[in-house]
Ligand binder design. Sequence first.
Ligand code: 5AD
Ligand code: FES
Length: 351
Amino acid sequence: CSTDHLLERLYAKESLDSEEIVHLLGQLDQTSRRRLHALANQKRVFHYGTGVYLRGLIEFSNICKQNCMYCGIRSANNTASRYRLRPEEILDCCREGYELGYRTFVLQSGEDDWYTAEKLARLIADIKRRYSDVAVTLSIGERDDETYTRLFEAGADRFLLRHETASRRLYEALHPTMTFENRRDRLRALKAIGYQIGAGFMVGLPGQTLEDLAADLLYLKELNPDMIGIGPFLPHEATPLKDEPAGTLEDTLDMIALARLFVPRALIPATTAMGTAHPYGRELALQAGANVVMPNLSPLSVRPKYTLYNNKICTGDESAQCRFCLEQRIERAGFHVDMGRGDSLNGLAAP
Ligand code: 5AD
Ligand code: FES
């Protein structure tokens, strides 16, 4: 089956089987890549037009009890300079963000148990009381059902929890302190509680095969998340994977485009890792089907400390005004900024 034929079928049917995905990935060349990205862009324009949603990202703690092999803030990394913003400091970031026009705040951290359900619930309720027209997205890792429920009731709208990889073999090799089943179980729990959920994975993980990437797409298709975060694996110098090669920009763009074609109505960010892999990585991701960008709203003093991988962009003082830098970049790439809440289309009628 030719790549062209597979791409046409994928565009129409919004799925392929594992064997077909592997075949497609193995056959991609410059011409078919361009076609893949153009089809993904077309699909995104059909559902979302050319708007790009901005989310204000607040990295409020880099303290983490887990020990993922790839991650710079893993608990075993004793060279990391640890910090935790106080709730008042987080509220200050929200005020600044609100004044800049942001209507979604993404609260992201390591798995930091100082932030109990009670403290988080109070913080979320405070944010929602002050800013009634914002969405709050949590990205804080695995917690129990009771905590997830309590935070939802406090007003959290969305939850990002990447599945990281749909391959059990890889998942287990990379996550010594977590289990493959529990990860999936947590995603199901979040969805059942009523959150808009975000899953996603890394591309170019050491040992990752085309079959593993096919499994990622099929898992996403089945889960049907509201949001999908995809980025290249990038080595961090103080982790066991420090000498492994990074995932490539090209492979990651292909997976973003395929995610758009498999889950057409998902919100897909052009991730910071894409911007780190290539100076125009985020723009290229938008042109391959992504439609969200998440500028950093964290205080400048802590930004260099939230290092999941080396060379992360937007951590210096040039980035104080990411909002306007990005607005220009987004327009030059052929899109426009939409400062609305940008809720999931799931449950709404198709255009
Ligand atoms: N390279 C790329 N992405 C990483 N993440 C964590 N460490 C790395 C790394 N070294 C991603 C994970 C996590 C998200 C917040 O960042 O997918 O879910
Ligand atoms: Fe951060 Fe441009 S987006 S400096």
